[in-house]
Ligand binder design. Structure first.
Ligand SMILES: Cc1cc2nc3c(=O)[nH]c(=O)nc-3n(C[C@H](O)[C@H](O)[C@H](O)COP(=O)(O)O)c2cc1C
Length: 308
């Protein structure tokens, strides 16, 4: 009998699939809908202390390798987001699906103040988004590229939040393991690996202009998948922290690959854009079929088994 339940930092997830931040969960209703449709945990859109409009349109475009986006962290600000999370939390608790709040800041102080406010909504986890590549022109290099900076942000959040703390890492970090070690030492309970790759650029050859108004944006979807798997593999080989393996997962096979690289749970983002919310059930059915074929009862039995 296959059992799809997993445990992330001691919290039970009814399925291993986690709605990734920013793709679908912008209000309480969409977060709850994802949970009803098979997500085992749901991550809200990243929020900052103050509201942000984000970048002008076009901000998201599909291409043959997945998506390129420069949404620019548009959000209503932490006080309004706290209300969204409070509303979602009650219904999600009834479904037994944990809520992951996501916090972004462009300074260490911005992070901890936003974390302090968001903690009042009592989510099951807070994820620190230190890895968005789309706001570099405004705020400089993401904290996730530098172990010291990543550690400082994590320590500041840890000082004001006693709950489960995840840190979202970047595939662009020259040494992702060094960053992970720094956030682990600063008190992270788990990692989300990874955020988008890049920034990259696509050009509309008829308009003779970059397709995004911001010109550059993060790469997600299938083009990111092998990079994300490598990041998870490296992290799982070096540290004993649970990982939400995220990046280009769109099939049961992709999800199992992430687990075999060492992930405890598996994030799904861009795959929702083409297919819609039914993507969770399809991936779960494929995963269950593959586990039966391979004689795998629990994902924990094969977690990290690709390490040689
Ligand atoms: C349109 C869009 C918006 C995103 N917004 C956020 C965000 O607000 N916070 C965050 O941590 N990640 C954000 N991400 C990154 C995703 O959560 C995820 O880490 C990344 O897209 C890789 O997974 P995927 O290939 O399954 O999409 C966004 C990605 C996309 C495509």
């Amino acid at each position: 009998m296959t059992d799809l339940c997993v445990e992330l930092c001691g919290v039970k997830l009814p399925t291993p699939l986690v709605l990734a931040s920013g793709i679908w969960g912008c209000c309480a209703e969409t977060l709850v809908r994802a949970a009803r449709e098979g997500a085992g945990a749901v991550t809200a859109k990243s929020c900052s202390l103050e509201p942000r409009v984000g970048h002008p349109n076009p901000t998201v475009l599909p291409w043959s390798g997945g998506l390129i986006n420069a949404v620019g962290l548009s959000n209503p600000g932490a006080p309004a987001e706290r209300d969204v999370l409070r509303t979602a939390r009650g219904e999600l608790a009834q479904l037994g699906v944990p809520l992951i709040a996501s916090v972004y800041g462009h300074s260490v102080e911005g992070f901890w103040e936003a974390v302090r406010l968001i903690a009042q909504a009592e989510p099951d986890f807070i994820e620190l988004n230190i890895s968005c590549p789309n706001v570099e022109s405004e705020f400089g290099k993401p904290f996730a590229l530098d172990p010291d900076a990543a550690g400082r942000v994590t320590a500041a959040a840890r000082a004001v939040y006693a709950g489960k703390l995840l840190v979202k890492l970047s595939p662009n970090a020259p040494e992702i393991v060094a960053v992970a070690r720094a956030v682990a030492a600063a008190g992270a309970d788990g990692l989300t690996a990874v955020n988008t790759l890049g920034p990259g650029m696509l050009i509309d050859v008829r308009a003779r202009r970059p397709v995004l108004a911001n010109r550059v944006g993060g790469i997600s979807g299938p083009a990111l998948h092998p990079v994300a798997v490598r990041c998870v593999y490296e992290l799982a080989g070096a540290l004993d922290l649970p990982i939400i393996g995220t990046g280009g997962v769109r099939s049961g096979e992709d999800a199992l690959r992430m687990v075999m690289a060492g992930a405890t749970a598996v994030g799904v983002g861009s795959a929702l854009c083409g297919e819609g919310i039914g993507v969770f059930r399809r991936i779960l059915n494929e995963l269950e079929g593959l586990m039966t074929e391979e004689g795998i009862d629990h994902l924990a039995d094969v977690r990290g088994c690709a390490h040689v």
